[in-house]
Design a protein around this ligand. Sequence first.
Ligand SMILES: Nc1ncnc2c1ncn2[C@@H]1O[C@H](COP(=O)(O)OP(=O)(O)OP(=O)(O)O)[C@@H](O)[C@H]1O
Length: 873
Amino acid sequence: MKKNFRNKEKVKVAIRLRPYIDQDLPNNIGLEEQMVQDRHILYVQDDCTVVTNAKVKKAHRFDKVLDEEVTQQDLYEECEIDKYVDHVVEGYNATIFAFGQTGSGKTFTMEGYKYKMSETLNGFSQFESTPVAMTRQNENVGIIPRIVSELYEKIERVEFKKYRIYCSYLQIYQEKIYDLLNPLHSRKDYLQSNNNQQPEGLKLHFDVRNDRFNVDNLYKFECKNVKELMNYFHYGLKNKIMSSHALNEASSRSHCILSITVESIERENPDNIIVSTMQLVDLAGSERSSQTLNLDLGEYKSTKLKKEAIDINKSLFTLRQVVSMLNRSDGGKGKYIPYRESKLTSLLKHSLGGNSFCLMIACISPSSKFFNENISTLTYASKASCISNKPIKNHDPKNKVISGLKKEVQSLRSQLMMAHNLMGKSNNVCSKCGKSLSETEEESIDSLPNMTSELQENINSSAVTPASRLHNADGKNNPELALSRFNSEKQPKLPDFKKMFEKNETMMDKMTEDLMSLKEIMSAQNKLGLFERILLSAKMVKNVLKRNLELNKDYMDHTLQIDDLQKKLSQFQLENEDIRDRLSIMEALTGTDSYYIQMNYSSVKDEFTADMSKNKKDKLGMLNQDKMIALIYEFNKENSILKKRIERMEKKKIKNKFMQINDGMSSTAYSNHNIGHNKGKFKYGHTSDKILEDADDDQSYARGYKCSSSPKFAERHCDAEPVRCVIDAAEINHNLNRSGYHKNSSYQLEPLSGKKKTKNHLGRRDKLIKDTRGIDFRQFDTINSSLMNYEDMDSQINLEKSNIKRNMTAIRTKNPNSHSNQSIYNIAPEDIQSNLLSKFKKRKPQSIMGKLPPTKKSKTRIKNYRRQLNNYQ
Ligand SMILES: Nc1ncnc2c1ncn2[C@@H]1O[C@H](COP(=O)(O)OP(=O)(O)OP(=O)(O)O)[C@@H](O)[C@H]1O
C-alpha cells in the first residue's frame, strides 16, 4: 500500500447553535424574553468562541462556532466542508458527524429535510404515525445533499482519473446494524415486530489489513450521478427509525451513517486505484427520559422510547469514553480505547484517532433549560477537538487483494513453468489423478488463466452491487421498484464477501496443491528415469557379461580343439621327423639324397609356422581348423611318402651292403670318410651297427660342411684361407678318389658358412687331412667278414624289414596318438584334401644343396632308435 501521510490533523469541531423552535418556548414567555434569559447563560462570543455563564463564565473555543442565524449554506462554507470533499476525492477518508442533544438540530444539519407525520400503519393501530422526510430541495438542505452535489462536481473536473462512487447507508438501532438500503431491513418490517422478534442485524468484522471494522453483507450501490446517490439516500431515509417525543417531533432513534465510497482510477495506470470513504453520521441524540416523555405518549411508546434512550445513551457514553481517552496528552497511546464497546465507536474507529479527516458538528440548543446538556456537549466537543488523526491516502483493499493475487499467480506460473521445463516431455502417469503428466501439466497451465479470471470476477462481484435492481428499464433509479423486486424474491442473494474470498483462497489452495502435485510428479519422474537408466545399464552389463561368458566358453572350446589339433600335428611332426631321421639313416646307408621329401617337409613346416604366427594375432586366438587339418593331411601324406621311401631305402641299403661285401674298398673309403669327422672315435672291426653309428657322424659332417663339386665353390666360401682350403679339399678328394668311393666326381670340403672361418675349422680340416692320410684299409676286411655271416640277401632284407616294423610298433606304442590314428584323416573334408592334393601336385621339387641338418632332438631320438634296434637284434 502506498501511503501518503499528512501531519497530524486535529478533529475539527464546529458548534452550531440552533435557532429557537416551538418546543423551546414556553407558553408564558416570548421569544425575545427567552432569548435574553438564555443569552445570559450561553452565547456566542465570536465565530470560534462560545461562552457559558452559569455559575462560572467560561469561554469554549472551537474551530468554528455558528450562531442560530447561520444558514445551511453558511455552515457548509464556514466549516469548509468542501475541503473534506477534496480530501475524499484525493483519496483520504473523511468523517463528518453531528453530535448533540436530542432536538438540537443534528438531523437538520446533516439532512435539512422537513418531516411530516405518516399515516398509521395498517393493522398496527397501536403505533402512532412516524415522521417522513420531505426531500424536496430548498435552501435548508443539509450537508449530505451538498456534499453529494459537490463531490460529483469535483470528480468531473479531474481529467487524469476516472471515478466510481458507491454508497451504503446503515443505521444502528439498539446496538444492531440495519441496512437502510436493504428492503428486508425496512422500517415496516421492523415496526411490525415486537421487542423479542426484531430482525437480526448485520454483523461487524474487523479487517486486520485495513485496521477497520466492516459490516458484513451491507448493500453497496454504485452511483453514476448525484441523482442516483440521492435516490439511495432518500430510500434509506424511509427506513430510518424515527419517532416523536416531547422534545422532537421527528427524532432520530438510531445512529445513521451514510458512506460514500469514492474509487479513483488513473486513466494511464488503471492498476493505480485509490479508494476513499466519506462517512456522514447523524447521531441519535442523548436525552433524558424525564424530558422526552410526556403524558400524551402511550405506555407502549413510552416504554419503547425509554429503551431506545437507554441504548442511545449507552452508545453515546462509549463515544464519550473514546473521545475522553483520545483526548489525553498522549492521545491514548498505550491505553485501551473502547472502540469495540459499541457498534457506533467501532464504525467510527478510523474517524476518531484514526486515519480520517474528521469534522464534528456539535449542535446545541439555545434554550437554557438544556444548559446541562449543552455543557456536556461542549465539554465532549472540546475533548474531541483535541483528538489527533493521521489521515492516510489509502488504496482500495480490493486492489490490494487483486495485486496480491496477481503476484501470487505470477509466482505460481513461474514455478509451474520451471517445473515444466525440468520435467520435460514425459508420458508418465500422475499417481494422484491417473492422467498422463503432460495432460496434468497442460490442464494446470490452462486452468491458471481461468482461475485467475474467476478470481478477478469474484473480486469484481464483491464490488459490483446489484444497482440494476433499483433501476427502471430506462435506467432511472426507482427505489420503490427495487423494494418490490426485493420483496418478490423469497430468498434474495446477498453478496457474501467472506465466502467469495474463501472461494478464492480455496482456488489458490487448489493451484498450490496442483503445483505440489506437479513437483511430486517431477521428482518421481526424475527418480523413475534414474532407476530406468540404472536398470537398463544393469541389463546391458548383464548381457555383456553373459556374452562374454559365452565367448569365453567358445574360446575355450576352440582352444581345446586347437590344442588337440596342435597336439596331433605335433605328433605328426614328431613322427615326420622320426621318419625323416630314419630316412636320413637310410640315405647314409644307401648314399641317396631325399631332398625332394625334405623340401616338402620344410615348405610345409614354414607354412605351418607362418600360419601359427598369423593365427596368434587373431582376436579370438583361434586357429584355422581347416588349415590345421590340411597340414595334418599333408604331414600324413608326407609320412606315407617317407615310409615308402624308407622301404625303398631299406631295399637299397641291403643292396649296398651286398655290394660292399663284394667291393671292400668302396665300403672302406666310405667309412674312412666318416672317420675323418668322428674326431678319432671310430673303432676298427665294427659291424653293421657301427656303420649306422658312422652314419650319425656323417650327419655331423654335413652340419659343418657342404659338399661341392667345384673347387671354385670352396674357394668362394673360404675367404680367410681360400688357397689352403682348396688344397686341403683337393687332398681329400684325391684320397677319396684313390679309395674308389667316388668315381664320377671329385669331392672338396669347404666351410658351411663364412662365420666359421676360424682356426678350429682349419684344425678340423687339418685333422681331417691327417686322419684321412692315416686310413687303415684293413678295417674293411673285418666288415666284410662280419657281413658274410648273413646266409643270403633275402633273409637279410626280411630281417631288416621286421626290425623296422618292430621299431615303428614300439614308437606307436609309446605314442598312441601317432599317425596311425586314422580318425584325423576323416576330419579333413574331401574337398580340402582334393585341393591340397592338386596343390602339391603342381608344386615342382626344388633342388637344394645338401640335406637339412638333424636337430638335437632328432639326434637323441636316433640314438634311442639305434638302441632299440640293438635290443631287437
Ligand atoms: N438550524 C436550524 N434552523 C431551523 N430549524 C432547525 C435548525 N436546527 C434544528 N431545527 C429544527 O429543530 C427540530 C429538531 O431538529 P432535529 O430533528 O434536527 O434535531 P435532532 O438533533 O436531530 O434531534 P434528534 O436527536 O431527536 O434526532 C427540527 O424540527 C428542525 O427542523
